[in-house]
Design a protein around this ligand. Structure first.
Ligand code: OFO
Length: 162
């Protein structure tokens, strides 16, 4: 049986993962609106991946006999001026996700909740990949700078994500 604190933390993380999807969908709109079709697609694929992360928490809570509880979602209402800025915002968000996953992991360890600890292993690995993906994109977009040709070429590469 999960303890009350852990139930709340797992629920919060499920909502944060759904919110990641919502955030990336709103950043995708910025990309579409600014003719970066490849980034639009990349971010939509990423948003779908975030839903799958949320569903892992959803399923775990159900399996443990608990009830997932949904909160309101928030997108990004900020006004961005450059493509690199939306990926920087996403990278910052991934740092937040990593730190929240670590808090969950610590709670599981402190409480000797081995089942939740094992469940969270996947997310510990996944966050290494998530941060690496966004960091690579930010670095490459910084290399492109204000070179419109380079930006659109790299945007096309991003659009190849399945
Ligand atoms: Fe992007 O890893 Fe989930 O939130």
């Amino acid at each position: 049986k999960l303890n009350d604190k852990m139930i709340k933390m797992l629920n919060d993380q499920m909502n944060l993962e759904y919110n990641s999807a919502w955030l990336y969908r709103s950043l995708a709109v910025w990309a579409a609106d600014n003719n970066f079709d490849g980034s639009h697609k990349w971010l939509k694929v990423q948003a779908a991946e975030e839903v799958s992360h949320a569903e892992k928490f959803y399923n775990f809570l159900l399996e443990k006999g608990e009830k997932p509880e949904f909160k309101d979602l928030e997108g990004s209402s900020k006004d961005y001026s450059k493509l690199v800025d939306i990926f920087k915002a996403a990278l910052e968000h991934e740092y937040l996700i990593t730190s929240e996953i670590k808090k969950l992991y610590k709670e599981a360890r402190d409480e000797e909740d081995y089942e939740t600890e094992k469940f969270l292993d996947w997310f510990i690995h996944e966050q290494v990949e998530e941060e690496a993906n966004f960091t690579e994109i930010v670095e490459k977009l910084e290399l492109c700078g204000d070179n419109v040709g380079a930006l659109f070429m790299y945007d096309t590469v991003l659009g190849h994500r399945e």
